[in-house]
Write a protein that binds this ligand. Structure first.
Ligand SMILES: Cc1ncc(COP(=O)(O)O)c(C=O)c1O
Length: 363
């Protein structure tokens, strides 16, 4: 059921840095268009037809430098980007290995592909290696390309795989590695450049998918990789080709958000977010609450049963907190959870209060 935001303390939105409500970014994005001959309400067509105005290449160039990639391609959303990448790149006879908890947009992209697909156990590098060996030795199809996909921060668990180990396994078996950085950009790495870059792995990953609707508080997505990858997607990715481009105000906002995260205030917002994450973790320990291990802005308390979790979320709402219950089948049965999203604008007091309130219902 669709709900509207009420005046509750926000522990549910993906707006980790509070960017979506920034008047300054809103004003600057508008002013930039006025100053740069950019007054236009819509893109007017697909980027392959009339919709590719100059702000596109300006931003793609700038973001490819910031994210240290040869090529960058903007998509209308993270959903569209994942659909485009996974439906167009792996071919018949190829294999896609995906973490069992991978995001629905990647699953949908994989469903549209002609490649064969296998899942591996969540964040389990040994199981991933077993799966690769199975394809390499049992199936013995030497022409096949294998793709491995994971998320640097899992959207429903908030946890992180061992990306270094995964890169090493992928290199050992000459497998292409793709990382969805939706919940990592804006949170990890210098100026929020993401976990892959923080670990210095960007040149060892085939593609990264970045979304702007989470910590960056606006809209759209970016695929980072080689120039050949960028060119390929422009010509073969149907979710890129057969849709109207983003309107100029969306691009102008992306430009201003990236300016913000590279500024002193951006760095301060990221630092505040991490202080809140630390405080949240300390309070979990103090109250002896059972949460999935996470260093990200997403923290989950498993409480099994759809009815029980809905009832706790309702009581938390009555106490003034907006926290979303995540029900099965979105997560496996028995793994229903309360999903807490932390922000730079949550106060330490609010964090303590929300966890003390939770403790009265779950302990
Ligand atoms: C891991 C992950 N990838 C992709 C997406 C889709 O991004 P967008 O909201 O920009 O379509 C999401 C958002 O739900 C996500 O959590």
């Amino acid at each position: 059921m669709l709900g509207e935001n009420r005046n509750l303390t926000d522990f549910s939105s993906n707006d980790y840095l509070g960017v979506s409500k920034s008047k300054e970014i809103f004003k600057n994005a508008h002013q930039y268009l006025l100053d740069n001959n950019g007054v236009q309400n819509g893109a007017t067509g697909s980027r392959l037809l009339s919709g590719n105005y100059s702000l596109y290449s300006l931003i793609e160039k700038d973001l490819s430098v910031f994210h240290n990639a040869e090529g960058a391609l903007l998509f209308n959303s993270g959903y569209n980007a994942n659909l485009g990448v996974f439906s167009s790149i792996p071919q018949r006879g190829d294999y896609i290995l995906y973490d069992e908890l991978i995001h629905a947009s990647i699953r949908d992209g994989i469903q549209l592909s002609n490649a064969r697909q296998f899942k591996f156990k969540h964040n389990d590098v040994s199981h991933l290696e077993e799966r690769i060996l199975f394809i390499k030795t049992e199936i013995k199809n030497n022409d096949s390309v294998i793709y491995v996909v994971t998320e640097s921060v899992f959207s429903m668990d908030g946890d992180t795989p061992d990306l270094k180990e995964m890169v090493e396994i992928c290199e050992k078996y000459q497998v292409f590695f793709i990382v969805d950085e939706a919940h990592s950009v804006g949170v990890f790495g210098k100026n929020g450049c993401g976990l892959v870059q923080e670990l210095g792995l960007e040149k060892r990953v085939f593609a990264r998918i970045i979304t702007f609707g989470k910590a960056l508080g606006c809209h759209g997505a970016l695929v980072l990789g080689s120039r050949a990858l960028q060119k390929y997607l422009v010509n073969f990715s149907r979710s890129f080709i057969y849709t109207t481009g983003l309107p100029p105000h969306a691009l102008s906002t992306i430009k201003q958000v990236y300016k913000f995260i590279r500024s002193g205030s951006g760095a301060k917002s990221i630092k505040n977010l991490h202080e809140n994450i630390d405080h949240f973790q300390n309070e979990i320990d103090r109250l002896q609450l059972d949460f999935i291990n996470s260093n990200s802005a997403i923290h989950c308390c498993i409480v099994s049963g759809n009815e029980r979790i809905k009832s706790i979320a309702k009581k938390m709402e009555y106490n003034g907190f907006d926290i979303k219950p995540i029900l099965s089948p979105t997560v496996p049965e028995g793994k229903e959870r309360l999903r807490f999203c932390l922000h730079n604008y949550n106060t330490k007091k609010e964090i303590t209060q929300v966890l003390e309130s939770l403790a009265t219902f779950v302990i």
